[in-house]
Design a protein around this ligand. Structure first.
Ligand code: C2E
Ligand code: CA
Ligand code: CA
Length: 233
């Protein structure tokens, strides 16, 4: 609670690239907490606490507003459009006025809706699928992009994948790690990419750290990548 009051939250941005043209296409906003006594606290440590206490609602709104403001600022400077990706927690996504909140922030910050992508995880969607499909369609209606984050780490049910209206699949880092190690790993990554493309989804590889990994991804026609190989957040 003090961190929120004392402005100890800060956003870092990790660039995303088109791996074929090497063009910068956007950024993922990643939240950090820097406290005078405790120092740097990673999101995996404080976000679960923020979710338990309900503080994720105001924090999440703050993240969304700041990321949209920043992207609008960059748009104003160079004129080139980038897409900013914002992580959304389950509790936030299931708030009754979630779409209205997103709409309000886009109006406030004057960011074009297609310059915003919301990242949600599979586990969020599984819970109440029909209700979540409705929310995703509302978001699509206002022109905001959506991505399925950490794809492949949960149940990854193909039954729901074919029903949900999303734009992007983010292939989890765990699939990228082993991509150069053996054929099975490579086949899984290739399979995910092909499946996504057949469904008209764009694929982003997460956590690309080494050039050989990138080479395999280029070869397998993955669309975009982010990771330490390009830049830390
Ligand atoms: P995520 O959405 O899967 O974000 C990717 C994480 O991988 C980030 O960790 C990022 O710094 C890290 N990463 C990126 N490239 C590489 C790489 O090449 N190698 C390695 N080892 N790691 C890489 P981070 O920033 O610690 O965030 C952890 C998680 O916290 C995020 O996972 C996301 O689920 C959550 N999170 C972060 N910011 C927010 C936020 O604003 N709201 C919510 N609800 N969750 C957030
Ligand atoms: Ca993410
Ligand atoms: Ca992820």
């Amino acid at each position: 609670r003090e961190a929120v009051e004392n402005n100890e939250l800060i956003l870092h941005y990790q660039p995303q690239y088109n791996i074929h043209t090497k063009e910068l296409t956007g950024f993922e906003a990643l939240l950090r907490l820097v406290n005078k006594e405790l120092g740097f606290i990673a999101p995996n440590q404080f976000i679960p606490v923020a979710e338990e206490t309900g503080l994720i609602i105001p924090i999440g709104e703050w993240v969304l507003r700041n990321a949209c403001q920043k992207n609008k600022e960059w748009l104003g400077r160079g004129g080139k459009e980038y897409c900013v990706s914002v992580n959304i927690s389950a509790i936030q996504f299931q708030q009754r006025d979630f779409t209205d909140m997103v709409k309000r922030i886009l109006e406030e910050t004057k960011l074009p809706p297609h310059c915003l992508q919301l990242e949600i995880t599979e586990s969020i969607l599984m819970k109440s699928l029909d209700e979540n499909i409705r929310i995703l369609n509302e978001l699509r209606g206002i022109g905001v992009k959506t991505a399925l984050d950490d794809f492949g780490t949960g149940y990854s049910s193909l039954n729901y994948l074919r029903r949900i209206p999303i734009d992007t699949l983010k292939m989890d880092k765990s699939f990228i790690d082993g991509i150069c190690l053996n054929e099975t790993e490579e086949a899984i990554a290739e399979g995910i990419i092909q499946l996504a493309h057949k469904m008209n989804l764009e694929v982003v590889a997460e956590g690309v750290e080494q050039t050989p990994q990138l080479e395999v991804l280029i070869n397998k026609k993955c669309d975009k990548a982010q990771g330490y190989l390009f830049s830390k957040p």
